[in-house]
Design a protein around this ligand. Structure first.
Ligand code: SAM
Length: 337
């Protein structure tokens, strides 16, 4: 199984995005995603995971003044960066609407740039926000799943096993249970199930037992130490990935309800896309990719989609060298019939 943890690098994208040097998230499969979206001038596009705006910026450039780009993110810190990165150079304005008052998207009418689309940034999960979109109104949906370098690189967010920090792991720090609450409050069996189901970790029971015995666990370092002692690599293959990789992935998926959110997005997509509209999803581990593959195939069987990718698109060797995070990326695309 492939995962998106561990090897992220703070390298630059070099595609002229404002603020990228400070933030350092390199958009994965950028050209491929934009090609499959086939952005229409004047269209309405939805970036379900706007992050720092890397993919969105390339969409916005192609939309023109009559276009509309709607970006979602669970993470207010990401939206604040995206707001800056996506503002037209001469006005630097866009709107961020909070989850609570997001019933009606705000738009930016004072935009002075001649050729820049309206950009609406909404705080919340794409699971709910996609359902709020009107029927057959969207020309393309992009979802670049997982965490951004902004999140992984900040030890205070607790996503990375490579730095010490509080055990949080919430993409939306304003709601939901933290990883600390999960690790310290689930019973041993529930913990083992989470680690097995969402981390595909064969040593889940042993790890869960060690976690329960070591409670309270409040930091990523303590968690890593307990897992490493409980799940020593038995062979060469196991030594290739850090022993905490799968458990961190499992906790993150559980804390953020990632697979349920993805299913909800995939359920909403055929309704909100216009005929001819494109759905492009970049996933980073096999659990996500399986859900995307099944939803697109089922949609194709029902006559809702034409599949644009029979096999997932993966990063070139050159992209992986430049951006190791792309090594586990898989992109699938479909067109609404
Ligand atoms: C890999 S990053 C996206 C990076 C972005 N494509 C870019 O180029 O800057 C994924 C982003 O999706 C957000 N995210 C993940 N799941 C989400 C969900 N269910 N709803 C909204 N945002 C989500 C994360 O907070 C993170 O900022």
């Amino acid at each position: 199984m492939q995962t998106d943890f561990g090897q992220d690098t703070p390298e630059r994208g070099g595609r002229g995005l404002p603020g990228k040097a400070a933030v350092g998230h390199v958009p994965v499969l950028l050209k491929e995603a934009i090609d499959f979206l086939a952005v229409q001038r004047g269209g309405t596009y939805l970036d379900a995971t706007v992050g720092l705006g890397g993919h969105s910026f390339e969409i916005a450039k192609r939309l023109g003044a009559l276009g509309h780009l709607i970006g979602f993110d669970k993470d207010p810190a990401a939206l604040a960066v995206a707001q800056k990165n996506l503002a037209p150079v001469d006005s630097r304005q866009s709107s961020v609407v909070s989850e609570t008052d997001s019933g009606r998207p705000a738009t930016n009418d004072q935009r002075s740039s001649q050729d820049w689309p309206t950009i609406t940034l909404l705080h919340g999960s794409f699971a709910e926000l996609a359902h709020d979109q009107p029927t057959a109104a969207i020309d393309g949906i992009l979802a670049d799943l997982g965490v951004s370098s902004l999140q992984l690189g900040d030890p205070a967010r607790g996503f990375s096993f490579q730095a010490d920090g509080p055990l949080d792991m919430r993409m939306n720090p304003l709601s939901g249970r933290t990883a600390e609450q999960v690790v310290n409050h689930l019973d041993e069996r529930e913990l083992a199930d989470v680690i097995y189901e969402f981390g595909e970790e064969r040593r889940s029971r042993r790890i869960a037992r060690a976690l329960v015995r070591s409670r309270p666990i409040q930091t990523t370092k303590h968690l890593v130490d307990v897992i490493s002692a409980a799940a020593r690599p038995m062979n060469k293959a196991e030594r290739r990935i850090h022993p905490a990789t799968r458990t961190f992935q499992a906790l993150r998926i559980f804390v953020n309800r990632e697979l349920d959110d993805l299913k909800a997005l995939l359920e909403a997509a055929p309704r909100v896309l216009k005929p001819g509209g494109r759905l492009v999803i970049i996933s980073f581990h096999s659990l996500e990719d399986r859900i995307v593959k099944d939803a697109m195939r089922d949609g194709a069987k029902q006559g809702l989609y034409r599949l644009l990718t029979k096999k997932p698109v993966i990063a070139t060797e050159e992209e992986i060298d430049r951006n190791p995070r792309s090594r586990s990326a898989k992109m699938r695309a479909a067109e609404r019939m």
